[in-house]
Design a protein around this ligand. Structure first.
Ligand code: SAM
Length: 167
């Protein structure tokens, strides 16, 4: 299960702050979403993802599907997800069934601006936002309040033990 979905095979996915694509690569390999977009503010990271994501040879399962990476700022997410489609001859703003954000939001100056952009990027009322980050315990309440200003929380979990186990 990912975000309550039994399968991602017919689902679209956006990861904001995708870095060098490690987390996305695992998800694409294991869950094969229909389409995937990685967004990052670093041109170097986007270049790295574009150069290496599809070409890794040692993976047991090949990487397949529609995978794209775009340069963009989480603080202006709608802008980052908007592009001109030549086939449709109009501007399109991408949305997705699943929007993810993993260990990136501690870099963002304005969480409300980010969460507003995420709300716009969620495709419909069944779409989910999967969000995790590390924070000082003193900041945690503010983050929780900001999350609740923008989203209905379905599940909340402390992942610290899992993170330690994975190191
Ligand atoms: C620790 S990495 C997380 C990488 C990825 N989520 C993963 O788990 O493999 C944090 C990423 O957030 C990106 N980032 C920081 N500020 C950002 C912003 N305002 N907009 C988009 N990405 C940002 C950084 O460039 C970096 O790649």
């Amino acid at each position: 299960m990912v975000g309550g979905f039994k399968s991602l095979r017919n689902k679209s996915l956006i990861e904001v702050g995708c870095g060098r694509g490690g987390c996305l690569k695992y998800i694409v390999r294991e869950y094969a979403p229909k389409s995937t977009i990685g967004v990052d503010i670093s041109q170097e990271n986007i270049n790295f993802c574009n150069e290496t994501f599809m070409t890794t040879t040692h993976q047991a399962k090949p990487i397949q599907g529609d995978v794209r990476f775009v340069l963009g700022d989480s603080q202006k997410l709608t802008e980052a997800l908007t592009h001109f489609s030549e086939t449709e001859d109009r501007r399109i703003t991408e949305t997705a069934d699943v929007v993810m954000n993993v260990e990136s939001s501690h870099c963002y100056p304005d969480l409300d601006a980010f969460f507003s952009g995420v709300s716009e990027a969620l495709k419909d009322e069944n779409s989910v936002f999967l969000y995790t980050d590390f924070r000082y315990i003193t900041e945690y309440g503010k983050v929780q309040q900001a999350v609740r200003r923008h989203f209905e929380v379905i599940k909340e979990e402390d992942l610290t033990r899992n993170v330690f186990r994975s190191l």
